[in-house]
Design a protein around this ligand. Structure first.
Ligand SMILES: NC(=O)c1ccc[n+]([C@@H]2O[C@H](COP(=O)([O-])OP(=O)(O)OC[C@H]3O[C@@H](n4cnc5c(N)ncnc54)[C@H](O)[C@@H]3O)[C@@H](O)[C@H]2O)c1
Length: 449
């Protein structure tokens, strides 16, 4: 990963890579952020003097722990738990927990690092963190998932709190898992501390629109990007990957705004439904029955299932990668561009490989990076924290209005920073710069800690 620019930034990157050897996803995220900060540092020597970058790339605290549990056959199983508390200059660490077999230190660090800037970009008082485990809930019984979550929280509880660190969900951690995690926290601490986790159930401290927020927010961001060119979502076809929390609500919002989302996927393949994805059916299969995506095509005559292959082969004007990191390759980007894609917004974190991002930008495709486009989830988590602190419960309509306004603000901050630092329309630079300046100013004010 060569650096095009800046002797100021390169040594920080190289030292961080050496210190975190064998962590490719973390290196990728460091590279993407640091490279785009060169023009900002050129105007702010005070950040360089205060060692802001050197401090930013080193997490404030890293917690790795054993998670022992007993499966249904009585066998003892052991997973590894992670919580990376990256930066708390703006507020308590905030970021999701991911339960997936691929989870390792590199993935949690990349997500935690990105989270710092994303959270700053929302304008709210939240720091950056991330956690999870290499436990995969798929194929596990309810009892196994519950016992795992209880064991995970038995260690994690001593490191979190409403003023310290507030985890949420991510891949493999939805409402069910948050429920078990919250229950164990409450039992261990003897405190109904609503603000310690977000993504809670609506009946016990959860917030309206939190479930929908990331998907809705990604579509609001797309709407804002299109508007800069006098375009809108109405009448456009959207290609969506994934079939989890982010994908489902991105599909719903596209359709509410008059567009048509025609795909969904999981790691076994994808479905194309020219009639538009039937959201009730998708939710039944994925959220209730927890089955593979092929079942969608079995139950819906207008749909076909493609095993393997790439969902990005399907033509559309909008592409919303909402599954996982590095799922959209350079070849996929070339195909999307050839098929006339106008806007790409990352619902997932870092789903596009760097070469794909470059290709979109070179072709003049509107490209919204995850830390801006999917910031609606964490922004609404912060709204959940506000409601918990005030013991209030806002309506769906009010919460959606707030989400919309936050996403407009994220777009505006990214758009304006891109112009300010000389690369109009480059939302990657804009989002990194706008988020970074906010964190850097707070770190500067708080001294060398
Ligand atoms: N949930 C949130 O609020 C939120 C917020 C910001 C970003 N994100 C990001 O969005 C992405 C999706 O998260 P989610 O909350 O929807 O999780 P989820 O567990 O609900 O869904 C994940 C989806 O990705 C698919 N997937 C996972 N690995 C895959 C692979 N290797 N190939 C193809 N498909 C794969 C799964 O089948 C599933 O459909 C992640 O990158 C996550 O970090 C989520």
């Amino acid at each position: 990963m060569p650096f095009a620019t800046s002797d100021t930034v390169r040594p920080v990157f190289e030292a961080a890579v050496a210190r975190n050897a064998g962590e490719p996803e973390f290196h990728q995220a460091l590279h993407e952020v640091l490279e785009s900060l060169a023009p900002v540092l050129a105007e702010h020597p005070e950040y360089v003097e205060a060692g802001i970058l050197e401090r930013l790339v080193e997490p404030e605290r890293q917690i790795f722990f054993r998670v022992p549990w007993v499966d249904d056959s009585g066998a003892v199983r052991v997973n590894r738990g992670y919580r990376i508390q990256f930066n708390s200059a703006l507020g308590p660490y905030k970021g999701g927990l991911r339960f997936h077999s691929s989870v390792n230190a590199s993935i949690i660090k990349f997500l935690g690092f990105e989270q710092i800037f994303k959270n700053a970009l929302t304008g709210q008082g939240i720091g950056g963190g991330k956690g999870g485990s290499d436990f995969d809930p798929h194929g596990k019984s309810e009892g196994e998932v519950m016992r795992f979550c209880q064991s995970f929280m038995t260690e994690l509880h001593r490191h979190i709190g409403e003023y310290t660190d507030v985890p949420a969900g991510d891949i493999g951690v939805g409402g069910r898992e948050i429920g078990y995690l919250f229950g164990q926290y409450r039992r261990l601490t003897n405190r109904h501390e609503s603000g310690v986790l977000t993504g809670k159930g609506l009946g016990w401290g959860g917030a309206q629109v939190r479930t929908e927020a990331t998907g809705y927010g990604a579509v609001f961001f797309t709407q804002e990007m299109l508007a800069t060119r006098g375009e809108e979502i109405e009448g456009k076809t959207a290609i969506v990957s994934g079939s989890g929390n982010v994908a489902i609500y991105a599909i719903q919002k596209v359709s509410q705004l008059g567009g048509k989302a025609i795909t969904a996927s999981d790691s076994s393949g994808y479905v194309v439904d020219e009639a538009g994805i039937d959201l009730d059916l998708l939710k039944q299969i994925k959220e209730v029955e927890r089955l593979r995506i092929s079942v969608y095509a079995e139950r819906r005559p207008s749909a076909r299932f493609v095993s393997g292959g790439s969902v990005w082969d399907v033509p559309g004007q909008i592409a919303l990668p909402c599954a996982t990191q590095n799922e959209l390759s350079a070849e996929a980007a070339a195909t999307l561009i050839k098929n006339g894609v106008q806007a790409v917004a990352e619902g997932a974190n870092m789903p596009c490989v760097p070469e794909a991002v470059e290709a979109f930008q070179a072709a003049g495709v509107l490209f919204g990076p995850g830390k801006a486009a999917n910031a609606g989830g964490v922004a609404t988590s912060a709204l959940e924290m506000s409601q918990n602190a005030a013991r209030q419960h806002w309506s769906f309509a009010d919460s959606e209005l707030r989400l919309h306004s936050i996403m407009s603000g994220v777009h505006k901050a990214s758009f304006e920073a891109a112009e300010r630092y000389g690369q109009p329309g480059n939302y990657v630079l804009g989002a990194n710069a706008a988020g970074f300046v906010r964190v850097a100013d707070a770190m500067l004010a708080q001294g060398v800690i």
